[in-house]
Design a protein. Structure first.
Lengths: 361, 212
């Protein structure tokens, strides 16, 4: 098959079906500081130009993370570097100004089941659709014109729990009050699916669903596989069933070491796993032979190796992992997280060349 | 009279009510507060750390165990203070400058407290100077540095350099976080690296000369 003989949409669909295609599909994510560095080093515009240069095959249409109070954003404090904000979920967090990084979560107002049922659940259920459905339609038309694989995106219930009641409270609630956890995950899923239905009603016919929820960290899943199965998995399955009933495939994003729950992902109906974090011990050279026929693999190229700017090391990373993934016909390129600012623009352009060289079937 | 081993089992299972009740009963029966901590609670948290390392339990179970111990310590700390008994070792912990992430740091802080270290938590976005000042003020044995982001690893390197060149006698600097590896710890001259909260307890004990 000649290179680039397929559209991105055809390529990704064939990858997800393990059918022959011309080259490895591609997408990537970058920290804001990385794009800023690359602009200093010669990148003309923004990350969209990087994705064009990469020949990205994917087109996101929306981002759904419904908040109980979508208009709430109160700045409580501000200094030269950070801003402390009460957000639409009732939480207070400190954010960096104008640079990459995760926020510091300071407090969460939804700190009891009573408050959830009295304030936050009714507010979530009463809040309007929080995605611009017309914009999703425009992005869909653009994506189809560019031949890209179009997808709805958003957060799933596990991540929603963390944002609403905070890590420590929700993880202890998984033991203390599992029905509360189930209820939050279910309500979140109801609203997300309602949002996606509103987008479909505009005439959008996406190819898939790309949902985000970090279930794990370097050492293991955050909760046990059994707890995940009991409290969160049913809503994951519901999302996957909803997508499949509408002809869509499902990509699930989670960081961390998730080897212990891959069978549950497959059972839920997830078609593809992304980004397969190398520094958490995930390695498609091991995973693809075992799971590749049932779960497509998307990512796993180690950003820590990219950050060395050592092209020999990076090429071996790409060559060996592409070979393992491509052997299943179910592999797409993505870094294993987000490309960090230690990677020079020159290096990233060379990486695109390596993807060309090693990613052709 | 309940046994200290009952208390150990209660805290290891994260049973907050039982932990508090057994603590009260042991004190009422004449067990010293120091023994309640060192022979009841600390072994319970050691079980938690071991089971966590082996993936037999996960973060929720670790959190409820730490909560149970914390509740018991509320009863014990005034008694320990009145008797002039303090933890033998002091640890400083924080997330390095440029990084606001705190979940991993909080877990390690809980587990170090569970191992009967006095823990001074400096929070997030901590400068090297602040770590150094706290280490001097509290005569710390250990300083723990956490980083989530690859972008803050250089800040960790600089903090380790400043702490190690400070001349503070016997101070050990340990590091951890998502992008951190043993190799990186070796490269920047840290005294140790821990991959998870359970291992962080073993590491701290080993570095202060206690059997892990």
């Amino acid at each position: 098959m000649k290179p680039s003989s397929l559209t991105g949409r055809q390529r990704v669909n064939r990858m997800l079906a393990r059918r022959d295609h011309d080259r490895v599909p591609r997408c990537d994510t970058f920290w804001a500081d990385t794009i800023a560095r690359w602009q200093r080093e010669g990148l003309q515009w923004d990350q969209n130009d990087v994705l064009r240069l990469l020949e990205c095959d994917f087109q996101g249409l929306c981002w759904s993370w419904p908040a109980p109070f979508p208009l709430q954003r109160d700045v409580l404090a501000s200094d030269a570097e950070t801003e402390t904000v009460r957000d639409g979920w009732g939480g207070v967090a400190r954010y960096w100004k104008g640079r990459s990084g995760t926020p510091e979560h300071i407090s969460f107002d939804c700190d009891s089941r009573e408050k959830w049922e009295r304030i936050y659940k009714p507010a979530m259920l009463a809040a309007p659709i929080q995605v611009d459905t017309r914009m999703a339609l425009l992005r869909y038309r653009e994506g189809r014109k560019l031949g890209r694989w179009t997808h709805l995106s958003g957060v799933e219930g596990f991540e929603a729990l963390r944002r609403l009641i905070g890590d420590e409270a929700f993880l202890m609630a998984m033991i203390d009050d599992p029905d509360w956890v189930r209820d939050i995950v279910k309500v979140h899923t109801d609203i997300v699916l309602r949002t996606y239905e509103a987008i479909l009603a505009e005439g959008v016919a996406p190819d898939g669903l790309w949902i985000y929820g970090d279930l794990a960290y370097n050492h293991a899943t955050i909760c046990s596989p059994a707890m995940y199965r009991a409290l969160v998995w049913p809503e994951h399955k519901r999302m996957a069933d909803w997508a499949h009933a509408r002809g869509m495939r499902v990509i699930y994003h989670t960081d961390g070491r998730v080897g212990a729950v891959l069978d549950l992902f497959i059972e839920a109906g997830f078609d593809c796993l992304q980004p397969i974090e190398a520094k958490a011990g995930m390695d498609i050279r091991v995973l693809a032979p075992a799971y590749g026929s049932r779960l497509a693999m998307f990512g796993n190229i180690d950003v820590m190796k990219m950050a060395t700017n050592d092209l020999g090391l990076i090429e071996e990373e790409i060559r060996s992992k592409f070979a393992a993934g491509m052997a299943t016909r179910g592999y797409a390129y993505h870094s294993d997280h987000s490309v960090p600012p230690q990677v020079s623009w020159e290096t990233y352009r060379a990486i695109i060349g390596l993807i060309d060289r090693h990613g052709a079937y | 009279m309940p046994l200290l081993s009952d208390l150990t089992a209660a805290v290891a299972a994260g049973k907050r009510t039982d932990t508090v009740r057994l603590t009260q009963e042991l004190l009422a029966a004449g067990t010293s507060p120091q023994d309640v901590v060192e022979k009841g609670l600390v072994p319970g948290m050691a079980i938690v750390g071991d089971r966590f390392k082996r993936n037999e339990i996960f973060v929720p179970e670790m959190l409820v165990a730490a909560r149970a111990m914390k509740e018991a310590l509320k009863l014990l700390e005034p008694l320990l203070a009145a008797a002039g008994i303090k933890p033998k070792y002091t640890a400083i912990i924080g997330t390095v400058q440029g990084d606001l992430h705190d979940i991993g740091k909080n877990l390690i802080s809980m587990m170090w407290r569970g191992a009967n270290f006095a823990v001074i938590d400096l929070g997030t976005n901590v400068t090297a100077e602040k770590y150094l000042a706290a280490a001097k003020e509290h005569k710390a044995n250990i300083v723990g540095l956490s980083a989530l982001l690859t972008t803050t690893m250089p800040s960790m390197k600089e903090t380790v350099r400043i702490l190690k060149s400070s001349g503070l006698d016997g101070l050990k600097v340990v590091i951890g976080g998502a992008p951190i590896t043993q190799e990186f710890a070796n490269d920047i001259g840290a005294d140790g690296y821990a991959a998870d909260a359970g291992s962080a307890v073993d590491l701290a004990k080993r570095l202060v000369g206690e059997a892990a």
